[in-house]
Ligand binder design. Structure first.
Ligand code: CIZ
Ligand code: SF4
Length: 370
Protein backbone atom coordinates (compact mmCIF):
# COMPACT_ATOMS: atom_id res chain seq x y z
CA UNK A 1 0.00 0.00 0.00
CA UNK A 2 1.37 3.40 -0.93
CA UNK A 3 1.50 6.34 1.43
CA UNK A 4 -0.93 9.24 1.21
CA UNK A 5 0.29 12.58 2.58
CA UNK A 6 -2.23 13.76 5.20
CA UNK A 7 -4.11 16.79 3.93
CA UNK A 8 -3.31 20.14 5.60
CA UNK A 9 -5.91 21.39 8.08
CA UNK A 10 -7.10 24.12 5.66
CA UNK A 11 -8.56 21.24 3.62
CA UNK A 12 -9.89 19.04 6.40
CA UNK A 13 -11.90 21.91 7.88
CA UNK A 14 -13.59 22.91 4.61
CA UNK A 15 -17.39 22.77 4.32
CA UNK A 16 -18.81 20.51 1.58
CA UNK A 17 -20.28 23.55 -0.24
CA UNK A 18 -16.84 25.25 -0.37
CA UNK A 19 -15.21 22.08 -1.68
CA UNK A 20 -17.87 21.88 -4.38
CA UNK A 21 -17.46 25.52 -5.46
CA UNK A 22 -13.66 25.25 -5.52
CA UNK A 23 -13.63 22.03 -7.58
CA UNK A 24 -16.02 23.59 -10.09
CA UNK A 25 -13.73 26.66 -10.36
CA UNK A 26 -10.61 24.51 -10.82
CA UNK A 27 -12.29 22.49 -13.57
CA UNK A 28 -13.12 25.70 -15.44
CA UNK A 29 -9.62 27.06 -14.94
CA UNK A 30 -7.85 23.88 -16.14
CA UNK A 31 -10.26 23.43 -19.07
CA UNK A 32 -9.55 20.73 -21.68
CA UNK A 33 -6.06 20.08 -20.21
CA UNK A 34 -7.87 18.23 -17.41
CA UNK A 35 -9.82 15.00 -17.79
CA UNK A 36 -11.50 13.49 -14.72
CA UNK A 37 -12.39 9.80 -14.99
CA UNK A 38 -14.87 8.14 -12.59
CA UNK A 39 -15.23 4.39 -12.07
CA UNK A 40 -18.73 2.93 -11.59
CA UNK A 41 -17.92 2.08 -7.96
CA UNK A 42 -17.26 5.71 -6.98
CA UNK A 43 -19.80 7.60 -4.88
CA UNK A 44 -22.13 10.20 -6.43
CA UNK A 45 -20.18 12.87 -4.50
CA UNK A 46 -17.22 12.14 -6.77
CA UNK A 47 -19.01 11.01 -9.95
CA UNK A 48 -20.65 14.44 -10.28
CA UNK A 49 -17.21 15.83 -11.30
CA UNK A 50 -16.30 13.06 -13.78
CA UNK A 51 -16.00 13.85 -17.48
CA UNK A 52 -16.39 10.12 -18.20
CA UNK A 53 -17.85 7.27 -16.17
CA UNK A 54 -17.13 3.62 -16.96
CA UNK A 55 -15.33 0.41 -16.10
CA UNK A 56 -11.57 0.34 -15.83
CA UNK A 57 -10.89 -0.64 -19.44
CA UNK A 58 -13.28 1.86 -20.97
CA UNK A 59 -11.81 4.61 -18.82
CA UNK A 60 -8.22 3.69 -19.70
CA UNK A 61 -9.12 3.72 -23.38
CA UNK A 62 -10.79 7.07 -22.88
CA UNK A 63 -7.57 8.29 -21.27
CA UNK A 64 -5.58 7.04 -24.25
CA UNK A 65 -7.84 8.75 -26.78
CA UNK A 66 -7.89 12.21 -25.16
CA UNK A 67 -4.93 13.77 -26.93
CA UNK A 68 -5.69 17.28 -25.58
CA UNK A 69 -5.68 16.23 -21.90
CA UNK A 70 -2.39 16.82 -20.11
CA UNK A 71 -3.70 15.69 -16.72
CA UNK A 72 -5.85 12.61 -16.19
CA UNK A 73 -7.28 12.45 -12.70
CA UNK A 74 -8.41 8.86 -12.17
CA UNK A 75 -11.14 8.48 -9.57
CA UNK A 76 -10.79 4.74 -9.14
CA UNK A 77 -8.09 2.48 -7.71
CA UNK A 78 -4.36 2.13 -8.23
CA UNK A 79 -4.29 -0.62 -10.89
CA UNK A 80 -6.73 1.39 -13.03
CA UNK A 81 -4.51 4.48 -12.91
CA UNK A 82 -1.57 2.26 -13.90
CA UNK A 83 -3.49 0.98 -16.94
CA UNK A 84 -4.41 4.54 -17.92
CA UNK A 85 -0.73 5.53 -17.69
CA UNK A 86 0.33 2.49 -19.74
CA UNK A 87 -2.23 3.08 -22.49
CA UNK A 88 -1.75 6.86 -22.66
CA UNK A 89 1.98 6.24 -23.29
CA UNK A 90 3.27 9.34 -21.54
CA UNK A 91 0.97 11.83 -23.33
CA UNK A 92 -0.62 12.81 -20.02
CA UNK A 93 0.23 12.68 -16.32
CA UNK A 94 -2.12 10.23 -14.58
CA UNK A 95 -3.04 11.21 -11.04
CA UNK A 96 -4.73 9.16 -8.31
CA UNK A 97 -6.35 11.52 -5.77
CA UNK A 98 -5.63 9.19 -2.82
CA UNK A 99 -2.54 6.98 -2.92
CA UNK A 100 -4.06 4.39 -0.60
CA UNK A 101 -6.89 3.63 -3.00
CA UNK A 102 -5.62 0.15 -3.84
CA UNK A 103 -7.62 -2.98 -4.64
CA UNK A 104 -8.08 -5.67 -2.00
CA UNK A 105 -8.02 -8.36 -4.68
CA UNK A 106 -5.00 -7.04 -6.61
CA UNK A 107 -3.08 -6.96 -3.31
CA UNK A 108 -3.45 -10.75 -3.04
CA UNK A 109 -1.05 -11.37 -5.94
CA UNK A 110 2.57 -10.21 -5.74
CA UNK A 111 4.63 -10.16 -8.93
CA UNK A 112 7.48 -12.37 -7.69
CA UNK A 113 4.96 -14.94 -6.40
CA UNK A 114 3.21 -15.05 -9.79
CA UNK A 115 6.54 -15.49 -11.63
CA UNK A 116 7.44 -18.32 -9.24
CA UNK A 117 4.03 -19.96 -9.74
CA UNK A 118 4.46 -19.98 -13.53
CA UNK A 119 7.88 -21.68 -13.16
CA UNK A 120 6.66 -24.22 -10.61
CA UNK A 121 3.53 -25.09 -12.55
CA UNK A 122 5.45 -25.53 -15.79
CA UNK A 123 7.71 -28.02 -14.00
CA UNK A 124 4.78 -29.88 -12.49
CA UNK A 125 2.81 -29.93 -15.76
CA UNK A 126 5.17 -32.37 -17.47
CA UNK A 127 5.52 -30.48 -20.73
CA UNK A 128 1.90 -29.27 -20.98
CA UNK A 129 1.59 -25.60 -21.97
CA UNK A 130 0.44 -23.22 -19.23
CA UNK A 131 -0.65 -19.71 -20.23
CA UNK A 132 -1.41 -16.99 -17.67
CA UNK A 133 -4.64 -15.03 -18.14
CA UNK A 134 -4.55 -12.03 -15.85
CA UNK A 135 -7.57 -10.04 -14.75
CA UNK A 136 -6.95 -6.31 -15.16
CA UNK A 137 -7.35 -6.04 -11.36
CA UNK A 138 -3.62 -6.65 -10.91
CA UNK A 139 -0.39 -4.68 -10.80
CA UNK A 140 1.37 -3.54 -13.96
CA UNK A 141 4.30 -5.79 -12.97
CA UNK A 142 2.03 -8.86 -13.13
CA UNK A 143 0.60 -7.74 -16.47
CA UNK A 144 4.19 -7.52 -17.75
CA UNK A 145 5.00 -11.04 -16.45
CA UNK A 146 1.82 -12.24 -18.20
CA UNK A 147 2.95 -10.87 -21.57
CA UNK A 148 6.43 -12.37 -21.18
CA UNK A 149 4.85 -15.76 -20.43
CA UNK A 150 2.74 -15.59 -23.61
CA UNK A 151 -0.52 -14.68 -21.87
CA UNK A 152 -2.99 -11.80 -22.00
CA UNK A 153 -5.06 -9.62 -19.70
CA UNK A 154 -8.84 -9.88 -19.43
CA UNK A 155 -11.71 -7.94 -17.93
CA UNK A 156 -14.92 -9.40 -16.55
CA UNK A 157 -16.58 -8.43 -19.87
CA UNK A 158 -14.19 -10.26 -22.20
CA UNK A 159 -12.77 -13.06 -20.02
CA UNK A 160 -14.52 -15.77 -22.02
CA UNK A 161 -13.16 -14.60 -25.37
CA UNK A 162 -9.67 -14.25 -23.90
CA UNK A 163 -9.78 -17.79 -22.42
CA UNK A 164 -11.09 -19.15 -25.74
CA UNK A 165 -8.12 -17.43 -27.43
CA UNK A 166 -5.75 -19.02 -24.90
CA UNK A 167 -7.01 -22.53 -25.70
CA UNK A 168 -7.21 -21.98 -29.48
CA UNK A 169 -4.52 -23.55 -31.72
CA UNK A 170 -1.32 -21.60 -32.35
CA UNK A 171 -2.51 -20.02 -35.63
CA UNK A 172 -5.51 -18.44 -33.85
CA UNK A 173 -4.53 -18.39 -30.19
CA UNK A 174 -1.98 -19.35 -27.55
CA UNK A 175 -2.35 -23.16 -27.85
CA UNK A 176 -2.63 -23.50 -24.07
CA UNK A 177 -3.28 -26.84 -22.41
CA UNK A 178 -3.98 -25.07 -19.14
CA UNK A 179 -4.78 -21.55 -18.03
CA UNK A 180 -3.35 -19.96 -14.89
CA UNK A 181 -6.11 -17.50 -13.92
CA UNK A 182 -4.73 -14.63 -11.79
CA UNK A 183 -5.74 -13.20 -9.29
CA UNK A 184 -9.50 -13.88 -8.95
CA UNK A 185 -10.39 -17.49 -8.33
CA UNK A 186 -14.12 -16.83 -8.66
CA UNK A 187 -13.84 -15.12 -12.05
CA UNK A 188 -11.64 -18.03 -13.18
CA UNK A 189 -14.01 -20.68 -11.86
CA UNK A 190 -17.12 -18.99 -13.24
CA UNK A 191 -15.48 -18.72 -16.65
CA UNK A 192 -14.38 -22.37 -16.62
CA UNK A 193 -17.93 -23.48 -15.78
CA UNK A 194 -19.44 -21.18 -18.43
CA UNK A 195 -17.05 -22.70 -21.00
CA UNK A 196 -18.21 -26.22 -20.09
CA UNK A 197 -15.26 -27.42 -18.00
CA UNK A 198 -15.97 -29.74 -15.06
CA UNK A 199 -15.34 -28.64 -11.48
CA UNK A 200 -12.54 -31.18 -11.04
CA UNK A 201 -10.72 -29.60 -13.99
CA UNK A 202 -10.25 -26.50 -11.79
CA UNK A 203 -7.62 -26.49 -9.03
CA UNK A 204 -6.66 -23.78 -6.56
CA UNK A 205 -3.09 -22.43 -6.36
CA UNK A 206 -2.42 -21.05 -2.89
CA UNK A 207 0.67 -18.80 -3.04
CA UNK A 208 1.25 -19.29 0.70
CA UNK A 209 1.94 -23.01 0.20
CA UNK A 210 4.80 -24.97 -1.34
CA UNK A 211 3.96 -25.55 -5.04
CA UNK A 212 0.71 -23.71 -4.36
CA UNK A 213 -0.44 -26.72 -2.33
CA UNK A 214 -0.73 -28.75 -5.55
CA UNK A 215 0.61 -32.21 -6.34
CA UNK A 216 1.76 -33.17 -9.83
CA UNK A 217 -1.47 -35.14 -10.41
CA UNK A 218 -3.59 -32.03 -9.62
CA UNK A 219 -1.73 -29.93 -12.18
CA UNK A 220 -1.86 -32.67 -14.84
CA UNK A 221 -5.63 -33.03 -14.38
CA UNK A 222 -6.38 -29.29 -14.36
CA UNK A 223 -7.41 -27.10 -17.29
CA UNK A 224 -7.87 -24.03 -15.07
CA UNK A 225 -5.41 -23.30 -12.26
CA UNK A 226 -6.98 -20.62 -10.10
CA UNK A 227 -4.87 -18.18 -8.11
CA UNK A 228 -6.23 -18.04 -4.56
CA UNK A 229 -7.42 -14.43 -4.57
CA UNK A 230 -10.85 -12.86 -4.31
CA UNK A 231 -12.68 -9.57 -3.85
CA UNK A 232 -14.07 -9.11 -0.33
CA UNK A 233 -16.92 -6.96 -1.70
CA UNK A 234 -18.24 -9.68 -4.03
CA UNK A 235 -17.21 -12.73 -2.02
CA UNK A 236 -19.77 -11.85 0.65
CA UNK A 237 -22.82 -12.47 -1.56
CA UNK A 238 -24.49 -15.80 -0.73
CA UNK A 239 -27.04 -18.23 -2.16
CA UNK A 240 -29.11 -17.59 0.98
CA UNK A 241 -29.44 -13.94 -0.06
CA UNK A 242 -30.60 -14.98 -3.54
CA UNK A 243 -33.26 -17.23 -2.01
CA UNK A 244 -34.32 -14.57 0.52
CA UNK A 245 -34.75 -11.83 -2.08
CA UNK A 246 -36.81 -14.18 -4.28
CA UNK A 247 -39.06 -15.04 -1.31
CA UNK A 248 -39.49 -11.34 -0.45
CA UNK A 249 -40.05 -10.20 -4.07
CA UNK A 250 -41.54 -12.96 -6.23
CA UNK A 251 -40.54 -12.50 -9.88
CA UNK A 252 -37.44 -10.41 -9.08
CA UNK A 253 -34.44 -11.05 -11.33
CA UNK A 254 -31.04 -11.52 -9.74
CA UNK A 255 -27.91 -10.39 -11.61
CA UNK A 256 -24.47 -10.72 -10.06
CA UNK A 257 -20.89 -9.89 -10.93
CA UNK A 258 -18.64 -12.86 -11.88
CA UNK A 259 -16.33 -11.98 -8.96
CA UNK A 260 -19.07 -13.60 -6.81
CA UNK A 261 -18.68 -17.25 -5.73
CA UNK A 262 -19.70 -19.92 -8.25
CA UNK A 263 -22.73 -21.10 -6.28
CA UNK A 264 -24.14 -17.56 -6.27
CA UNK A 265 -23.55 -17.10 -10.01
CA UNK A 266 -25.15 -20.52 -10.66
CA UNK A 267 -28.29 -19.60 -8.74
CA UNK A 268 -28.62 -16.07 -10.17
CA UNK A 269 -30.65 -15.34 -13.31
CA UNK A 270 -27.70 -13.64 -14.97
CA UNK A 271 -24.13 -12.56 -14.35
CA UNK A 272 -21.94 -9.94 -15.96
CA UNK A 273 -19.42 -7.15 -15.58
CA UNK A 274 -20.40 -3.67 -14.39
CA UNK A 275 -21.01 -2.52 -17.98
CA UNK A 276 -23.08 -5.65 -18.72
CA UNK A 277 -25.16 -5.17 -15.55
CA UNK A 278 -25.89 -1.55 -16.46
CA UNK A 279 -26.76 -2.49 -20.05
CA UNK A 280 -29.06 -5.37 -19.02
CA UNK A 281 -31.03 -3.45 -16.41
CA UNK A 282 -31.29 -0.37 -18.65
CA UNK A 283 -32.72 -2.52 -21.48
CA UNK A 284 -35.21 -4.26 -19.14
CA UNK A 285 -38.86 -3.18 -19.25
CA UNK A 286 -40.21 -0.53 -16.87
CA UNK A 287 -41.80 -2.21 -13.86
CA UNK A 288 -39.22 -5.02 -13.77
CA UNK A 289 -37.52 -5.83 -10.46
CA UNK A 290 -33.80 -6.46 -9.97
CA UNK A 291 -31.50 -7.52 -7.14
CA UNK A 292 -27.90 -6.78 -8.06
CA UNK A 293 -24.81 -8.40 -6.57
CA UNK A 294 -22.08 -5.82 -6.99
CA UNK A 295 -20.73 -2.66 -5.33
CA UNK A 296 -23.56 -0.58 -3.87
CA UNK A 297 -22.63 2.79 -5.39
CA UNK A 298 -23.29 1.37 -8.86
CA UNK A 299 -26.58 -0.23 -7.74
CA UNK A 300 -27.84 2.91 -5.99
CA UNK A 301 -27.00 5.10 -9.00
CA UNK A 302 -28.79 2.70 -11.32
CA UNK A 303 -31.86 2.77 -9.03
CA UNK A 304 -31.84 6.59 -9.07
CA UNK A 305 -31.43 6.75 -12.85
CA UNK A 306 -34.22 4.23 -13.54
CA UNK A 307 -36.96 5.09 -11.03
CA UNK A 308 -39.61 3.15 -13.01
CA UNK A 309 -37.85 -0.14 -12.12
CA UNK A 310 -37.42 -1.71 -8.68
CA UNK A 311 -33.64 -2.03 -8.21
CA UNK A 312 -31.95 -3.06 -4.98
CA UNK A 313 -28.70 -4.56 -3.82
CA UNK A 314 -28.57 -8.29 -3.17
CA UNK A 315 -28.34 -8.71 0.61
CA UNK A 316 -29.55 -6.43 3.36
CA UNK A 317 -26.44 -4.34 3.89
CA UNK A 318 -24.43 -2.14 1.56
CA UNK A 319 -21.56 -3.78 -0.33
CA UNK A 320 -18.95 -1.04 -0.29
CA UNK A 321 -15.39 -1.04 -1.56
CA UNK A 322 -13.47 0.89 1.09
CA UNK A 323 -10.50 1.45 -1.23
CA UNK A 324 -12.73 3.13 -3.82
CA UNK A 325 -14.21 5.25 -1.02
CA UNK A 326 -10.80 6.72 -0.20
CA UNK A 327 -11.29 8.97 -3.22
CA UNK A 328 -13.44 11.83 -1.97
CA UNK A 329 -14.12 15.41 -3.08
CA UNK A 330 -11.57 16.95 -0.72
CA UNK A 331 -8.70 14.81 -2.08
CA UNK A 332 -9.87 15.63 -5.59
CA UNK A 333 -9.74 19.33 -4.74
CA UNK A 334 -6.26 18.92 -3.22
CA UNK A 335 -4.81 17.44 -6.44
CA UNK A 336 -6.60 20.02 -8.62
CA UNK A 337 -5.26 22.90 -6.50
CA UNK A 338 -1.74 21.57 -7.07
CA UNK A 339 -2.32 21.24 -10.81
CA UNK A 340 -3.54 24.83 -10.95
CA UNK A 341 -0.24 25.86 -9.33
CA UNK A 342 1.70 23.84 -11.91
CA UNK A 343 2.54 21.02 -9.47
CA UNK A 344 1.71 17.36 -9.92
CA UNK A 345 1.04 15.30 -6.81
CA UNK A 346 0.13 11.58 -6.64
CA UNK A 347 1.29 10.82 -10.16
CA UNK A 348 1.09 7.12 -11.12
CA UNK A 349 3.97 6.35 -13.45
CA UNK A 350 4.76 2.78 -14.44
CA UNK A 351 8.51 2.31 -15.15
CA UNK A 352 9.12 2.15 -18.94
CA UNK A 353 10.27 -1.50 -19.29
CA UNK A 354 7.34 -2.75 -17.19
CA UNK A 355 4.90 -0.48 -19.05
CA UNK A 356 6.06 -1.75 -22.45
CA UNK A 357 5.44 -5.41 -21.54
CA UNK A 358 2.23 -4.71 -19.62
CA UNK A 359 0.94 -2.81 -22.66
CA UNK A 360 1.49 -5.92 -24.78
CA UNK A 361 -0.77 -7.94 -22.41
CA UNK A 362 -3.44 -5.22 -22.51
CA UNK A 363 -3.23 -4.75 -26.28
CA UNK A 364 -3.42 -8.50 -26.84
CA UNK A 365 -6.67 -8.46 -24.83
CA UNK A 366 -8.04 -5.49 -26.78
CA UNK A 367 -7.26 -7.24 -30.08
CA UNK A 368 -9.07 -10.41 -28.91
CA UNK A 369 -12.16 -8.60 -27.59
CA UNK A 370 -15.02 -8.97 -30.09
O1 CIZ B 1 -12.78 -3.58 -14.59
C1 CIZ B 1 -13.55 -2.99 -13.83
O2 CIZ B 1 -13.85 -1.83 -13.96
C2 CIZ B 1 -14.11 -3.73 -12.67
C3 CIZ B 1 -13.36 -3.66 -11.44
C4 CIZ B 1 -15.23 -4.41 -12.73
C5 CIZ B 1 -16.12 -4.52 -13.89
O3 CIZ B 1 -16.88 -5.51 -13.94
O4 CIZ B 1 -16.12 -3.67 -14.77
FE1 SF4 C 1 -10.86 -4.44 -5.92
FE2 SF4 C 1 -13.14 -5.59 -5.08
FE3 SF4 C 1 -12.76 -2.95 -4.73
FE4 SF4 C 1 -13.15 -3.94 -7.22
S1 SF4 C 1 -14.63 -3.92 -5.50
S2 SF4 C 1 -11.60 -2.41 -6.61
S3 SF4 C 1 -12.09 -5.94 -7.03
S4 SF4 C 1 -11.55 -4.63 -3.78
Amino acid sequence: MLFQTPLPSEYTTLEASDIHARIAARKLQLGPALCILGHHYQSDDVIQYADFVGDSLKLSQQAASRSDARFIVFCGVHFMAESADILSQGRAAVILPHMMAGCGMADLAQDDAVALAIDELRQLAGGAKIVPITYVNSTAAIKAITARAGGACCTSSNVRSVCAWAFAPADQGAAADKILAVPDRHLGMNTAVAMGFALDQCVLYDPALYHGGLAEADVRRARFILWKGQCYVHQRFTTRQVQAVREAHPGIRVMVHPECPREVVALADASGSTEQIIRTVTAAPPGSAWAIGTESNLVNRLAKRLPDRFIRTLGDTAALCIQMARIDPVHLLWVLDHLAEGKIVNQIKVPAPVAADARRALERMIAITP
